[in-house]
Design a protein around this ligand. Structure first.
Ligand code: ADP
Length: 191
């Protein structure tokens, strides 16, 4: 089973690369941002709870995210593997992910971190905000808040996977195909 954490700041291209990875390796795409947006669209209580955090660019509390991910993993019986996109975003989330995977006798194979400079991220998010309708991409203060939270709360996750020898850095600037090739080089040995 191939289980990947696709890691990187907001706007790094995780969604785009996930699509390619899912197609090639036939994995289940588990994006916590997408799941929250789906709940929001469906008007569920979880969506309403998450909305306040998301609109401001803050993190949804760990226990809420963790429960949602656990339910989703349990639903996907028979999966060939998972790609976790936008999760874990804190060290407690990373610990919880290891714990829940262990229950199913799964484990993380590799953590791929897409590296993009803050200025490039800001430009990408602003441009996405013009077409995506995402409130959190349309306001410079919200974009900066997300980048700051990423730097403070999310980057320690790198160390967590580094210690497990699972961390791998990928240059996130370049053509989609070039970046995807770099990702495949890392994942093919597991296939
Ligand atoms: P981006 O990568 O563009 O920041 P996502 O689509 O991954 O956006 O997530 C959108 C929002 O959903 C986040 O800003 C946050 O409010 C919430 N969210 C998504 N994943 C998590 C998570 N793992 N922990 C806490 N909040 C999350």
């Amino acid at each position: 089973m191939l289980n990947i954490v696709l890691f990187g700041p907001p706007g790094a291209g995780k969604g785009t690369q996930s699509e390619n990875i899912v197609k090639k390796y036939e994995l289940v795409h588990l994006s916590t941002g997408d799941l929250f947006r789906k709940h929001l669209g469906d008007g569920t209580p979880l969506g309403t709870l998450a909305q306040g955090y998301m609109d401001e660019g803050n993190l949804v509390p760990d226990e809420v995210v963790i429960k949602m991910v656990e339910d989703k993993i349990a639903e996907e019986t028979g999966a060939k593997g998972f790609i976790f996109d936008g999760f874990p975003r804190t060290v407690p989330q990373a610990e919880a992910l290891d714990g829940m995977l262990e229950k199913f006798s799964y484990s993380i194979s590799k953590m791929l971190a897409l590296e993009v400079s803050p200025n490039e991220l800001r430009a990408r998010l602003r441009s996405r905000g013009k077409t995506s309708g995402r409130v959190d991409d349309q306001d410079d203060a919200k974009i900066d808040n997300r980048i700051n939270i990423y730097n403070e709360e999310t980057t320690p996750v790198v160390d967590y996977y580094h210690k497990q020898n699972k961390f791998c850095s990928i240059d996130g600037v370049g053509s989609i195909a070039t970046i995807f090739n770099a990702i495949c080089k890392e994942l093919d040995p597991f296939n």
